[in-house]
Design a protein around this ligand. Structure first.
Ligand SMILES: C[S@@+](CC[C@H](N)C(=O)[O-])C[C@H]1O[C@@H](n2cnc3c(N)ncnc32)[C@H](O)[C@@H]1O
Length: 287
């Protein structure tokens, strides 16, 4: 298997914070490392507790889109510290849950934190979501929570997810989905950043895949579209929380890229140039 370079500065920072005993950081990002979902964004409190609840709710929204049920075999690709697997483990029984991540440091954390319960079985696997180390038709569900923009190739991931799903199985994911006409501008900005050999605070992220691209890809691969849900509005309080949390120990210059990138995503999201979407697909029962 080709070795993929792991370039995720935000995870380096989080892991350093854990090692230094930063309890607030551990509380905020020790389980989920993704945006929050607020059913009523006007009631967001901007506290760590409120953010954690919202991050947990985002996970629920995604696995609800995948119609997860007791007794299933599920792959969580790009599983972070195992928060989605932890949530499924707490809410379902007789599951076989597999968390896959390219970064073994995150898997070590997941392994320590998530203990199987309710007749569930949990496996942690190091690997690339675009080259899944599993046989055909091994899962009822595949999830990819806020990570597909890091994968080397969305097409390859979709083909792999299709291959490892059983007929009738579902893939559900969340992603930052730009308006089609805005894609060339993002691509230009990404090219500029690449030419400066700067992958930024959030690492290599491709946010140039519009909804039309997903629709074309799903049809090419053979998936039937199940859900296309715009939840941008519900995720917006995330930005105030991240900016406030980032500044909790005061400002310093080293945080500038993190602030600049978070502010940019906040702005393009508030202007609806980039939407936060939950997308779900079904592999047909008969092919
Ligand atoms: C924003 S985090 C989301 C983590 C987790 N899904 C969550 O919601 O807490 C993105 C994750 O994708 C993982 N990742 C990036 N590229 C990957 C790849 N090619 N294969 C598998 N995982 C990958 C990162 O290591 C990281 O855990």
């Amino acid at each position: 298997m080709t070795q993929l370079e792991i370039n995720l500065p935000y995870f380096d920072l989080i892991l350093r914070g854990f090692a230094d005993g930063d309890r607030d950081l551990e509380q905020a990002f020790g389980r989920h490392v993704h945006w929050g979902y607020w059913a009523d964004p006007s009631h967001a409190h901007n506290t760590v507790e409120d953010f954690c609840q919202a991050a947990e709710q985002l996970t629920h929204e995604i696995y609800t889109a995948a119609l997860v049920q007791d007794g299933q075999s599920l792959l969580d690709a790009g599983c972070g510290f195992g928060g989605t697997v932890a949530s499924l483990n707490e809410n379902f029984q007789n599951m076989t849950l597999t968390g896959l991540n390219i970064d073994e440091r995150q898997l070590e954390q997941a392994q320590q934190k998530v203990i199987a319960q309710g007749n569930n079985h949990i496996h942690w696997v190091e690997g690339n979501a675009c080259q899944l180390p599993f046989p055909d038709a091994s899962f009822d569900r595949v999830l990819a929570v806020e990570c597909i923009f890091h994968f080397p190739d969305r097409g390859q991931f979709f083909r792999e997810a299709f291959r490892v799903l059983k007929p009738g199985g579902y893939l559900a994911l969340s992603d930052f989905v730009p308006q089609g006409w805005f894609v060339p501008l993002i691509a230009l900005q990404a090219q500029l950043q690449n030419s400066l050999q700067n992958s930024g605070f959030y690492g290599r992220s491709d946010v140039t895949y519009a909804l039309e691209d997903y629709q074309r890809l799903a049809a090419e691969v053979g998936f039937q579209t199940h859900i296309e849900r715009d939840i941008t509005e519900n995720t917006l309080p995330t930005y105030d929380f991240l900016l406030k949390f980032g500044a909790r120990n005061g400002y310093d210059w080293s945080q500038l890229p993190a602030f600049a990138e978070t502010l940019t995503i906040a702005l393009v999201s508030r202007l609806w140039l980039v939407k936060y979407m939950i997308l779900a697909y079904q592999k047909p029962t008969f092919q």
